[in-house]
Design a protein around this ligand. Structure first.
Ligand code: 5GP
Ligand code: ZN
Length: 149
């Protein structure tokens, strides 16, 4: 499994996103390579709400290397138009929170991609978990579109 920052394995063991990276917690994964992982948010603001994370554990932006944040940004550049197209959304919001004071709730750096219809609530967090079958179906569609992007 991926080690936490500075090899602190206990951080990784207690982090839900590190567990997803290690395959020890379930997620509807969209893309994975050595540097980044993207998957559907369990409690989406709108259908297609996706998260992109670095595979190394960092609580927030303050410890991320230039190379890691570049890998996240490059994946966002590729994934964003695919998610927008598959969900037939006229807009797509990107959010990223650092620290409890900023509203961050999971302390493994992540970028939110939130497809927006004109009436999509302009909020950062969804109110309830999506159905697993709906997430699974959408993940298949996005993964297929991503391979052609
Ligand atoms: P934050 O507030 O830290 O920016 O956002 C954390 C996000 O992670 C929330 O949108 C929340 O729904 C999502 N999330 C929390 N736990 C899980 C999980 O176990 N699986 C997935 N797929 N998303 C999660
Ligand atoms: Zn982590």
């Amino acid at each position: 499994m991926q080690q936490g920052l500075f090899g602190d394995e206990s951080v990784a063991q207690n982090c839900i996103f590190c567990k997803i990276i290690a395959g020890k917690a379930p997620a509807h994964i969209l893309y994975q390579d050595e540097q980044v992982l993207s998957f559907l948010d369990i409690s989406p603001v709108s259908a297609g709400h996706s998260l992109i994370i670095p595979t190394n554990h960092h609580d927030n932006i303050f410890s991320l290397s230039g190379e890691e944040i570049t890998a996240v940004a490059l994946h966002a550049k590729r994934l964003a138009p695919v998610v927008k197209r598959v969900t037939k959304s006229p807009g797509l919001a990107i959010h990223q929170l650092n620290g409890r004071a900023a509203g961050q709730t999971v302390f493994h750096y992540h970028m939110h991609l939130i497809p927006c219809q004109h009436d999509t609530p302009k909020q950062l967090h969804g109110r309830r978990a999506a159905s697993q079958s709906a997430l699974a179906e959408l993940a298949v569609e996005i993964r297929q579109a991503l391979t052609k992007a």
